[in-house]
Each structure stands twice: as structure tokens, then as C-alpha cells.
Design a binder for this molecule. Structure first.
Ligand code: AMP
Length: 218
């Protein structure tokens, strides 16, 4: 059955690392709205310019824009057998949009739709954010304290120069936590009430969290 997996959790809770691994494991596309929006910015499109103003302040990009980006992506052929959605939905309004998109792409077909919540104390996350580096080419994520690249500043997987996201600084990170608490956290109850939510303890090593994730997903 087609698997549609979505993930909730505060900024830098480890969702990106784990869902990248999960996408490889199942052979599904990993669809991450943050990366899609950053690609829009790099392309210089009008939507990218609009998105940038919100991302730089740690706020949610307007729902019409992110809805358009995600709908286009989920309609692509590689999503037919399943997809992993990281960073969408991020508000109740976006969850309703996802329902509409699902109706359009799945019709009456049965799908295995599940939400997984990465439960973690947010106090430890600011430090993670300021030490995060990522590969702009293959998407691999590093942490200077817990998962440093073998050669400083270079991606272990593809050798590209690692970058630090502009919004990965303390000031914008604080705004992103506020946005998360206000807009995204209510989705935990929303999906709990629909009986599709699993929670995992996201405090641990990459391998420990991976084991916990497989237990609830497989
Ligand atoms: P992320 O890479 O998931 O940390 O997202 C980085 C930024 O992109 C967020 O702080 C938002 O400004 C924007 N963004 C990502 N996903 C969404 C979404 N589903 N809705 C609105 N804005 C988003």
C-alpha cells in the first residue's frame, strides 16, 4: 500500500537526518519544504524572493505559496508509491490543504498515512542549530559537535563545500521556536485525534533515534 509519512517536531529535532535515512531505506522521495523553498530562493524566482522575507525572520512562508510548491511536488511521478514529507504541514491550515491535495492525488485509493512526532526538550536545540552545517549539493546534514565532517568544511558523501543556513543563528532560531509553538505544535493533537500519530523520544544518538523510528514506522 502507498505510504504517506509526515513528521512533526521542533526545529533541529533531527527530523531531517532521520527522514533522509528513511527515504533511502524505503526508496521514497524525501520532500522537505525548507529545502524546496531554499531552492526557490536560489533560482531567483518571484516566489523565492517572497519566501526569503519570511524565512529570514523565522516566520512561516504564506500558505498559498508553500501549498503551491508542495502540490506541484506531490503530483510528480516519483511520489506514486509513497513519499516522506518533512516540514509540511506546519499549521492547521496547511494540514487542511494536505487533505485536499491527498483527495486529488489518491482519490478513493487506500493509503497508509501516518504522522510521527519527534518528542524532545527544546532547550538543547539552540546549540544544535548554531552548530549545524549542511551540504547544498546532496542535502547531508552535519553537526560540528556530534557529527563533524571528516575533512573540515567538506561533505563526506560528495565533497562539496558545506554551508551554514542563514537562519541558523540564535536570533532567528528563537523566532522559529516561537513560530513552532504557536502554529505547528497544535498539529500534535490534530493528528492524535485522527488516530494516525506516533511519538518517539528524539533525544539520543542518530542510531538510537533511528531504531525507535523503525519500530513505529515498519
Ligand atoms: P526548515 O528547513 O524546515 O527548518 O525550514 C526553514 C524555513 O522555511 C522555516 O523557518 C520557514 O520560514 C520556511 N518553511 C519551511 N517549511 C514551511 C512550511 N510548511 N510552511 C511555511 N514555511 C515553511
Amino acid at each position: 500500500m502507498k505510504k504517506e509519512l509526515i513528521f512533526l517536531g521542533p526545529p533541529a529535532c533531527g527530523k531531517g537526518t532521520q527522514t533522509n535515512k528513511l527515504a533511502e531505506y524505503f526508496g521514497y522521495p524525501h520532500i522537505d519544504t525548507g529545502s524546496l523553498l531554499r531552492a526557490e530562493i536560489m533560482s531567483g524566482s518571484e516566489n523565492g524572493q517572497i519566501a526569503k522575507q519570511f524565512i529570514d525572520k523565522g516566520q512561516l512562508v504564506p500558505v498559498w505559496l508553500v501549498g503551491e510548491v508542495i502540490k506541484t511536488r506531490l503530483k510528480q511521478d516519483d511520489c506514486k508509491n509513497g513519499f516522506i514529507l518533512d516540514g509540511f504541514p506546519r499549521s492547521l491550515e496547511q494540514a487542511e490543504i494536505l487533505e485536499d491535495i491527498k483527495k486529488e492525488i489518491d482519490g478513493n485509493n487506500q493509503v497508509d498515512f501516518r504522522a510521527t512526532y519527534f518528542d524532545i526538550d527544546t532547550n538543547i536545540l539552540i546549540e544544535r542549530i548554531v552548530n549545524r552545517r549542511s551540504c547544498p549539493k546532496c542535502g547531508e546534514i552535519y553537526n560540528l559537535l556530534s557529527k563533524a565532517p571528516k575533512i573540515e568544511g567538506k561533505c563526506d558523501k560528495c565533497g562539496a563545500d558545506l554551508t551554514q543556513r542563514k537562519d541558523d543563528n540564535e536570533e532567528v532560531a528563537k523566532a522559529r521556536f516561537d513560530t513552532y509553538n504557536r502554529e505547528t505544535a497544535p498539529l500534535i493533537d490534530y493528528y492524535k485525534n485522527k488516530n494516525v500519530l506516533s511519538s518517539i523520544n528524539a533525544d539520543g544518538t542518530i542510531d538510537e533515534v533511528w531504531e525507535r523510528l523503525l519500530e513505529v514506522i515498519e
